[in-house]
Design a protein around this ligand. Sequence first.
Ligand code: NAP
Ligand code: GCO
Length: 265
Amino acid sequence: MSVNFSLEGKIAFVTGASYGIGFAIASGMAKAGAKIVFNDIKQELVDKGIAAYKEAGIDATGYVCDVTDEDAVNATVEKITKEVGPIDILVNNAGIIKRIPMCEMTAAEFRQVIDVDLNAPFIVSKAVIPSMIERGHGKIINICSMMSELGRETVSAYAAAKGGLKMLTRNICSEYGKYNIQCNGIGPGYIETPQTAPLRERQADGSRHPFDAFIVAKTPAERWLQPEELAGPAVFLASEASNAVNGHILYVDGGILAYIGKQPQ
Ligand code: NAP
Ligand code: GCO
């Protein structure tokens, strides 16, 4: 039996994919044959994203849409279906983080993170599942996190959201697996993107950010990971090769979750 990793003829919608992890995952899926559709909040970022995809030889279609706005999401999914075609693969990638000690975080700030990182994947998944049911297949990939399993200071809202996203992933699997819809998660480790740039900034004396050194000590590979290293796992979870994988969170973390951490020298 040949194993089918191809995404030929499939339409993949990757949220928040003008750059960063979303862009890398979408680019990998394009190389596997998928037609790429993405969104961002601002037109200028969508335009930048289209140009970046074009430079990579990818003819992507971009839409301006705030994933937390249910009406906007429903209208965008309808537009995509009309203008490009029905969505076969959804990657809920758009996300934010606020690094604030919990007792200093306002409820509004907490809600904002939950809104983008947890409510939005619910909203976008709900918008695409009916069409996947009608067509008898679908792939949903939720971008989780180390914080789906671990906590750390200042990321209470983000950890709560990503922990919830792990369980939303399992629940979509449970509720829609019978329609040949597979919903899995990818849990990236520490990836070099704009979101983690503050954690890698050089100090005034030119030394590495303490968190930078900490992550290197917590990662068996002794390095930060690159967004492109998530593309292969994403293509696997988007392809027919993973039709028997459902409700699984695939950690692409260089081994962080398996490792107690390097003994301080
Ligand atoms: P990033 O560089 O901050 O990019 C996030 C993307 O999401 C941006 O394009 C952003 O657009 C978009 N976005 C944010 N809010 C949105 C909204 N309401 N509607 C539409 N788009 C929105 O982040 P990243 O590092 O690539 O992370 C991507 C995903 O991976 C996130 O879910 C993040 O939590 C997760 N993750 C990241 C890491 C890591 O180490 N980097 C590790 C594990 C998981 P704007 O620029 O317009 O805001
Ligand atoms: C942080 C980082 C992490 C990463 C990622 C790890 O402040 O700890 O931003 O949360 O973004 O989620 O998997």
